[in-house]
Structure formats: C-alpha cells, structure tokens
Ligand binder design. Structure first.
Ligand SMILES: [Zn+2]
Length: 61
C-alpha cells in the first residue's frame, strides 16, 4: 500500500510540475508574447510596428 501511495504522490507531483510549467508559459500574459515576437518594421518608413501592425505612413500614402 505504501508503495502505491508513494507512486501516486510522485505522479501527482510530476503532473503538478508539468501543469505549472504549462500554465506559467501561457498565463504570463500577452506582454510576454509580444516581446517574444520579433519586432516588425514598416516596409515604407522603417518604423517598428507594435501591436496592430498598421503604420501612419500607410494611411497618409
Ligand atoms: Zn510606415
């Protein structure tokens, strides 16, 4: 019985660590996701496009 309980606890611990790692990667927020993405530059003016991706120069022409 003790072996089964110990094994169960070990499995739960591993699952918990895996869940924490997965949740930590996902629940860090959109800020980290934007930071991980390489910064896009506007093809026309060369400014960094943060967020939406539309530039002012594109609207002005
Ligand atoms: Zn531009």
């Amino acid at each position: 019985m003790l072996q089964i309980v110990a094994l169960f606890l070990l499995v739960m611990l591993l699952l918990g660590l895996g869940g924490k790692l997965r949740r930590g990667g996902r629940l860090r927020g959109p800020k980290d996701q934007t930071q991980l993405k390489p910064p896009r530059k506007c093809a026309r003016c060369g400014r960094f496009l943060i967020g939406g991706g539309d530039c002012d120069c594109d609207r002005k022409g």
